[in-house]
Each structure stands twice: as structure tokens, then as C-alpha cells.
Design a protein around this ligand. Structure first.
Ligand SMILES: Nc1ncnc2c1ncn2[C@@H]1O[C@H](COP(=O)(O)OP(=O)(O)OP(=O)(O)O)[C@@H](O)[C@H]1O
Ligand SMILES: CCCC(=O)O
Length: 350
């Protein structure tokens, strides 16, 4: 039976899964020890590769047909399956579009694809760009709104919901909110991400560790304070702000624990994050002219009932469903098997 190996590097761990078309047969999560964590993720490549290799040496890989890695921020591209070409590899190695842990997804998939003599792909990377032209206009001629999102989980969650409810993704509109360490809220129209806040930097709600959209004058003050280089400010706004900036933790469970113990400041900050999420969902509902099949809430924060209860109350008339977690390994395997069967094309990154 054919197998697919999927690899999803996150900021603190590398997850890998082995699948047949019937489902998962093995999974591992290897933590990155702090002493090996580097400011530039690509420096962690050798360390993470060797940890995975040790696991795979003990695994039955007979029937392996492809390796799929999590797709990083790359050049803007249509959703789907992409071959890992030399150009794609060099963009990942140079962190050309972002210093993001998922840069290692394509690099590791390529390595193991060569090792086991099978094709290596990425699927629905962070930079999936299917915007309507109107979504690109920011209000400043030199600045374009960018599409960067949790595209893989967003599409997989909507596809899964459709399979379970007898609907066809390509015929319906949804608002999908991925609430994780970063937050992406999108207007998914007829299977395409037609609008989304840039989940990495500068748009949408603040998140457990990202700043979200900011008042411009305050941002200019920070940028010209002399306290940050361009790179440092980018890192600060995308990794050290949000819940972490205000409360020194990016763990929603810890914040809820503090609220339950009577910490009113923690409540204010958590409620502000939920308020901003509600406003973004409202904006994407407007982008869909309020005609959606459902509003889907996914990602790690969708496990947090303090948050989901509020969203359920607020959006009950829009058929809201909570589908927690990120299921990225499964999503990559699903796309990989569809590509192996020839149901979807395998595209070139040019
Ligand atoms: N079971 C849970 N209950 C409550 N909160 C949770 C639960 N699991 C995860 N979270 C919270 O979800 C948030 C995001 O965590 P998660 O590990 O899913 O994000 P990530 O994978 O690092 O980021 P991203 O989804 O942006 O790739 C954290 O604040 C975490 O505390
Ligand atoms: C925007 C998608 C990825 C992230 O937030 O890390």
C-alpha cells in the first residue's frame, strides 16, 4: 500500500507523520532543545534533519510514494501542490520571504525525498495568494495588502467540513478563522482565499504572539525611536507582542488560569484579543456579503472554551462550527494522495 511521509516544522518542534490513504500509521514530534534553537531557522536544519532521520531509520517505509513538507512564506502563488525545485530550495535557504520555521518543511522534504528516491512536494504554503484584485489595495499606492495565512489548515478544515456535511468546497463561501500562535481570518469563496489579514505581520487581530494591525503613528514612533533595526522590529512585532507582550506568556491556558484566579488585567487583554477576532470575522463576513455556508473556527485556540463560547454567542446566526487543532500533517497527506491519484495537478514554482 502506498505511503506518504509529511513533515511540519514549528518554532519549537518538528512533527512528522506517515500515512496510507486510509489514515495515519505513525507520528512523531521532536522538540528543538533550546541550546540548538537559532535566530535564523535554517541554522537548525542539520540538527532537525538528524533527529528525524533517527526516527525514520526505525520506521517501515516500504511503499513510500512521496514526501510532503509544510510550505513556508514564498512568493505569492495559487494554492495546490508544488514540486520542490532548485529555485524553491534557494528561496527557502536564504529565508528570502521570511525567517519562519516552515522554511525547513521544503528543505527537509527535499532531503528525505532524495534519500528515499521519491518525489518531494509542498502544499498550500503560507503565501497562497488567490486574492481578488480589490483585496490588494491598501490605500497607499506603494503598499499592497499581502496574502499570508494558515492556508493549509484553512483549506483542509473547510474541505473536511464539506465532506462531513455533504457540501462541495468549490460551490460554497465560508469565513474560516485559524486561531493559533498567529491568527488568519479569511473569506474563502468557492474554495479560494479571496481575502485574509496578513497573519504574519501588521494586519488583523493581535494573537498570542503577534501584534496585529496597529495605529500608524505609534508604529512610526517605534520605527524611528532608534531602539530597533528593521529586523529587530519585525521580530518584536511578530514574536514578542500580543498576549506575550502584555502578559509575558503566549499560552492561552495560562491566561485563562489567571483570569479564573481573579486577574482583571489578564481578562482585559484576553477580552481585547477576542474583540479583535470578532471584528475581523465581521469584516470577512462583509467580504462575503454575509452569505456563507458556515463560519469555521480552527487552530489551537479553538480548544479554549473561554474564547469559543464568546464566538458561538456572537455568530450563532451564521452557522458557526468549532474544529480545533491544526491537522497539518493530515492535510498534507490528503493533498499528497489527491496528487498521486491525479485529482489535482503538481505545479512548478517559477
Ligand atoms: N487544549 C488547549 N486549550 C486551550 N488553549 C490551547 C490548547 N492547545 C493550544 N492552545 C493555545 O493555542 C495557542 C496556539 O497554540 P498552537 O500550538 O496551536 O500554535 P502554533 O502551532 O505554535 O501556531 P500556529 O497555529 O500559528 O502555527 C496557544 O496560546 C496555546 O496556549
Ligand atoms: C500566517 C501563517 C503562519 C504563522 O502565523 O506563523
Amino acid at each position: 500500500m502506498k505511503k506518504i511521509l509529511t513533515i511540519s516544522p514549528g518554532s519549537t518542534s518538528t512533527k512528522a507523520g506517515l500515512f496510507t490513504s486510509r489514515g495515519k500509521i505513525d507520528e512523531i514530534s521532536v522538540s528543538v532543545e533550546q541550546e540548538y534553537a537559532r535566530k535564523n531557522v535554517v541554522q537548525e536544519y542539520g540538527y532537525r534533519r538528524d533527529l528525524l532521520k533517527r526516527f525514520l531509520e526505525k520506521t517501515d517505509l516500504s511503499g513510500l510514494a512521496a514526501v510532503v513538507g509544510r510550505g513556508a512564506p514564498l512568493k505569492p502563488m495559487e494554492g495546490g501542490v508544488y514540486k520542490i525545485t532548485p529555485k524553491l530550495l534557494s528561496d527557502l535557504r536564504e529565508c528570502r520571504y521570511s525567517n519562519h520555521a516552515s522554511n525547513l518543511g521544503g528543505l527537509l522534504a527535499h532531503y528525505f525525498g532524495e534519500l528515499y528516491h521519491v518525489p518531494a512536494w509542498i502544499i498550500d504554503p503560507v503565501s497562497v495568494d488567490e486574492f481578488d484584485e480589490i483585496s490588494r489595495i491598501s490605500g497607499v499606492p506603494e503598499i499592497k495588502r499581502r496574502s499570508r495565512s494558515h492556508a493549509l489548515n484553512i483549506k483542509a478544515t473547510a474541505r473536511k467540513w464539506c465532506d462531513e456535511h455533504g457540501a462541495t468546497l468549490e460551490k460554497e463561501n465560508f469565513v474560516v478563522a485559524h486561531l493559533g500562535g498567529g491568527i488568519s481570518v479569511c473569506a474563502l469563496k468557492l474554495g479560494k482565499i479571496r481575502d485574509v489579514n496578513d497573519g504574519l505581520l501588521g494586519m488583523g487581530p493581535f494573537s498570542p504572539e503577534r501584534a496585529g494591525a496597529l495605529p500608524i503613528s505609534g508604529l512610526l514612533d517605534l520605527a524611528f525611536s532608534g531602539d530597533y533595526t528593521r529586523k529587530e522590529l519585525d521580530h518584536y512585532l511578530s514574536r514578542e507582542c500580543g498576549l506575550k507582550g502584555y502578559l509575558k506568556t503566549n499560552d492561552a491556558r495560562e491566561v485563562v488560569r489567571r483570569i479564573q484566579e481573579g486577574d482583571e488585567y489578564a481578562r482585559l487583554i484576553m477580552d481585547a484579543m477576542i474583540y479583535q477576532i470578532e471584528k475581523e470575522i465581521g469584516a470577512m463576513l462583509a467580504a462575503c456579503h454575509y452569505a456563507v455556508k458556515a463560519v469555521l473556527i480552527t487552530g489551537g485556540l479553538a480548544h479554549c472554551s473561554y474564547i469559543t463560547r464568546r464566538l458561538q454567542d456572537h455568530f450563532s446566526r451564521f452557522n458557526l462550527h468549532i474544529i480545533p487543532g491544526e491537522n497539518e500533517l493530515e492535510a498534507m497527506a490528503d493533498g499528497g494522495f489527491r496528487a498521486l491519484k491525479g485529482d489535482i495537478p503538481i505545479q512548478d514554482y517559477v
